[in-house]
Design a protein around this ligand. Structure first.
Ligand code: SF4
Length: 360
């Protein structure tokens, strides 16, 4: 079985910076985050351990902390001002690309265009985008276009994590269904989302099974899942390593691996290593051992740990053997793989991991 790791996957810079900001602020004083900082339970647990609590409160009532933080999804100016007016110190974790979508919509409204947002109704980012414009319309699918009030000029932006092809198709449908109106469209889908969608399409060519790592309520993760499913692949959406099952890879010829923008890179690499090990187990007779361990051990996690240790021992022995026999087996392939995967990107372990995948 061949394992493909998407070229772009996991944490984006917007989420990375928001997490760093929340952890820094929580270390200084009690911090309350206004909503889910990102839609990922692993990240949220990590923040809670560092003292950043979350609230779903929409208005500034009694809170334990004097310091609150807007999430990476952004917020309307009205909401921001409401918290400031109530005496809270408001830290802003809004991603610059979400802020840019706000600015584009605001400029359109200022020029007299009717505000339209293509996105998921009720999502924090969409609520933030529309929050300052009474009557703004949210479009998620073709049927929603019927609800658009009659207007001579529609100004359209999109939620940053929507698939661009769907956004463009909806804009075309608006144009066709309202031929008498003008439609101005700003593409506000963020580059990290576009990169992850494109990287996913690349790996689909050689995969019949795809594992997507990320929060179940994360919009961009769900879009990756839907894209793989629409392409007819077997898709498994997981949040944690414990959810992986070796039987998913039985009979599989190629497995693709990716993760949404709110998934910690370290976390997804760990998961991907597990997939590689499980695949190796399925590939060789070791699968039997893993299944036996999963049945006999107290938990799947313990079984995997025992299996890892056993397998690592084997790999070390195998590497030593390969080293001794390298004149016979042409070991430069491994070195070339290291270089091609660009260890200068700073994630040495990822490069090691990619090289490891290539061995199987
Ligand atoms: S997904 Fe895009 S818009 Fe959202 S935080 Fe990441 S970079 Fe920013």
């Amino acid at each position: 079985m061949k394992i493909q790791l998407a070229e772009h996957y996991a944490l984006c810079f917007g989420v990375r910076d928001a997490i760093a900001q929340a952890e820094r602020l929580a270390a200084q004083a009690p911090l309350t985050i206004l909503g889910e900082l990102v839609h990922n339970p692993v990240v949220r647990e990590r923040l809670a351990r560092r003292g950043a609590r979350e609230t779903s409160q929409v208005s500034p009532d009694s809170l334990g902390a004097a310091q609150v933080m807007i999430t990476a999804h952004g917020a309307s100016d009205a909401k921001r001002e409401a918290w400031r007016g109530a005496g809270f110190a408001v830290a802003d974790g809004t991603c610059p690309l979400v802020r840019s979508a706000h600015e584009k919509l605001r400029a359109l409204v200022r020029q007299g265009w009717f505000p339209v947002v293509i996105g998921q109704p009720g999502h924090a980012e969409v609520l933030g985008l529309t929050g300052d414009f009474e009557g703004a319309c949210v479009i998620e699918k073709d049927a929603d276009i019927e609800r658009l009030p009659q207007h001579a000029r529609y100004g359209v932006v999109s939620q940053t994590t929507q698939p661009l092809d769907r956004v463009v198709s909806l804009v075309e449908t608006i144009r066709r269904s309202r031929p008498e109106s003008e439609v101005a469209f700003h593409d506000t889908v963020c580059q990290p989302t576009k990169n992850r969608q494109a990287a996913m399409r690349q790996i689909l060519a050689e995969c019949d099974t795809v594992v997507v790592v990320g929060g179940r309520n994360s919009n961009n993760t769900r879009q990756l899942v839907e894209a793989a499913r629409a392409a007819g692949r077997e898709v498994f959406h997981i949040e944690r390593a414990e959810e992986l099952r070796s039987e998913w890879f039985r009979g599989c010829r190629g497995a693709g691996l990716t993760a949404g923008t709110s998934t910690l890179t370290g976390h997804s690499v760990t998961l991907l290593c597990e997939v590689a090990f499980i695949a190796y187990a399925g590939f060789a007779a070791n699968r039997r051992l893993l299944l036996l361990l999963e049945r006999r051990c107290a938990s799947v996690a313990v079984a995997r740990r025992v299996f890892w240790s056993w397998l690592c021992g084997n790999l070390i022995l195998g590497a030593q053997l390969a080293w001794v026999l390298r004149p016979l087996i042409g070991s430069p392939r491994l070195a070339v793989q290291f270089l091609r995967d660009d260890p200068l990107r700073g994630n040495f372990y990822e490069s090691v991991f990619r090289a490891f995948l290539h061995l199987f």
